[in-house]
Design a protein around this ligand. Structure first.
Ligand SMILES: *[C@@H]1O[C@H](CO)[C@@H](O)[C@H](O)[C@H]1NC(C)=O
Length: 282
């Protein structure tokens, strides 16, 4: 639960830096006839540029043109903010459940399993949305590039008029939001491992293996004492015994454990079973 502190904070930084953004581009148009105009183009989250429009003087006559920008980056931007908000809510909820409903959380291992699943989903959502948002941001910056905007204005395409960008948008906050996006990716990806350990799945599978082999060996011991036919599970015991015997030999041990000596002798005495097992062991 190292996510308790970091996850809500990092998620908040991610959606605040992106969702709260608004930027401005200020352009000065100096017409050849000495008339002048300053144009401010405002834009912001969710970066739906079809809705951004502004009036620009045409210079040669006392008229204006209304220009619309192009490009819609609202899908990746809203996706990013949505993932961040839900990650924030989930990490708060998980913390509350983990602290106050520990018993219900542990019951039938349902809590840890669900937490693991949701964490995997959030880790992949963070990765997807951060990549999408990083790509969208480069599109946003391209759209708001001052040279690009000036080129849209008829007056500025005419070299007799003088156009200039007075104030360019500040991108620091949006760059920060991308960085926070990828910080969240690594936090949640790391969390997948902790959530997995919390489920106890890896311990369960180890324990299951051990129990299985114990059952097999006790079962095959019974089989050997009854001198019944060769069984698949006997291979396990055979391998164990073979290792034990060969270890004892290499160790220069004179005394084999009593039980295993008896088992070993029964193993090697029972017709064709011995060699078969030894080959099996290779
Ligand atoms: C435009 O902005 C410049 C610099 O900020 C200022 O000097 C000028 O007076 C402004 N012009 C108009 C028409 O507002």
């Amino acid at each position: 639960m190292c996510m308790v502190i970091f996850a809500p904070v990092l998620a908040t930084f991610a959606f605040a830096t992106c969702g709260g953004y608004s930027g401005h581009l200020r352009v000065k148009v100096d017409c050849a006839d000495k008339s002048q105009a300053n144009i401010t183009i405002s834009f912001g989250y969710p970066f739906r540029f079809e809705q951004v429009h502004f009036k620009v003087p045409l210079c040669e006559v006392k008229r204006h043109e209304t220009l619309f920008l192009e490009g819609d980056f609202s899908t990746p931007a809203q996706f990013f903010v949505t993932v961040a908000v839900f990650a924030f809510l989930y990490s708060l909820l998980a913390t509350v459940i983990y602290i106050f409903y520990q018993k219900e959380y542990r019951e039938k291992n349902r809590g840890p399993l669900l937490d693991f699943l949701v964490t995997v989903i959030f880790a992949s959502m963070w990765l997807l949305s951060s990549c999408a948002w990083a790509k969208a941001l480069s599109g946003v910056k391209e759209t708001m590039d001052s040279a690009q905007i000036l080129f849209l204005m008829a007056a500025c395409r005419d070299p007799v008029n003088d156009c200039e960008a007075l104030e360019k948008p500040v991108w620091t906050r949006l760059h920060t939001s991308v960085i926070f996006g990828f910080l969240n990716v690594s936090l949640w990806a790391g969390n997948v491992w902790f959530a997995y350990k919390e489920t106890g799945l890896h311990k369960t599978s180890q324990r299951a293996n051990r129990t299985l082999s114990e059952k097999q060996s006790s079962f095959s011991q019974r089989q050997y004492s009854q001198q019944s036919s060769f069984d698949q599970s006997g291979a396990t015991l055979g391998q164990q015994l073979y290792r034990q015997v060969s270890f004892d030999h290499s160790g220069g041990g004179i005394s084999l454990p009593h039980a295993s000596l008896g088992q070993a002798s029964s193993l090697f005495n029972t017709s064709s079973r011995g060699p078969l097992i030894l080959i099996n062991d290779m």
